[in-house]
Design a binder for this molecule. Sequence first.
Ligand SMILES: NC(=O)c1ccc[n+]([C@@H]2O[C@H](COP(=O)([O-])OP(=O)(O)OC[C@H]3O[C@@H](n4cnc5c(N)ncnc54)[C@H](O)[C@@H]3O)[C@@H](O)[C@H]2O)c1
Length: 249
Amino acid sequence: MTLAGRTALVTGAASGIGASCAHRLAQDGAHVLVLDNNREAAREVASDIGGQAVIVDLADLAAVEDALVGCEVDVVVNNAGIQYLALLHEFPRKEFTRLLDVMVEAPFRIARATLPGMYARRWGRFVHITSIRGVRGDRRKAAYVAAKHAVEGLSKTIALEGAENGVTSNCISPAWVETPLTHELAQRQANIHGTTPDRILTDVMLGGAAIKELVAPEEIADLVAHLCSGSARHTTGTSIPVDGGWLAG
Ligand SMILES: NC(=O)c1ccc[n+]([C@@H]2O[C@H](COP(=O)([O-])OP(=O)(O)OC[C@H]3O[C@@H](n4cnc5c(N)ncnc54)[C@H](O)[C@@H]3O)[C@@H](O)[C@H]2O)c1
């Protein structure tokens, strides 16, 4: 129970990687704030783990700040993410702004609101679920690639500023994980390229990986738990790929 007495905020915790992280951190003793805009699913996860659902749309930046007033948060797992596929010269401005709000501005506001409490208690952990797209570009994903690169930078700044107050900040950068988002994207890519989601999964998504399997969300959650543990006290400012060897090629 390494996180007994600590409060963890997990964004996008109603599904996929976020839900796995919420379960894992609760197992380690944390009281988990299950933040999501999917009311029903967030309540279900919160009820399963004895946590608290926080229903917020991260695109509503004022609501994000309001939701955090009075919360003492020790661990932030900045996980919520969305995708929009379009070539850059056709990319709708509104979608670019929405993705950047959800994936960059909201995490910035959450960090800004929670850091003073962590500094006062002299302990805090940030884990940002970025992506291999936080270090490499991709076609049709201008907003996602820009947002993930931005969060990698935000994390390094938190690591440098937080060090003297016991706050660490790290990124986990997965390739493809077995979640609803992955299957939805496989379907969308299949529609664009006139093929099947299975072919997109095997030939495109896993094409560049050495281990040609989707990563289990629990594997990401275990790494989050490690980064929040005493064993990772000096691990800060890093980005850890969980990519089946994708970046090695
Ligand atoms: N699945 C993958 O293969 C993969 C790979 C690399 C990185 N990632 C990253 O991991 C993170 C989680 O992905 P996932 O696959 O578990 O996704 P998912 O779609 O299964 O879950 C995302 C969760 O975020 C919530 N969410 C979305 N927009 C929100 C908003 N505006 N406000 C509040 N909540 C919102 C959704 O309701 C959902 O519960 C994302 O940041 C994603 O970019 C995923």
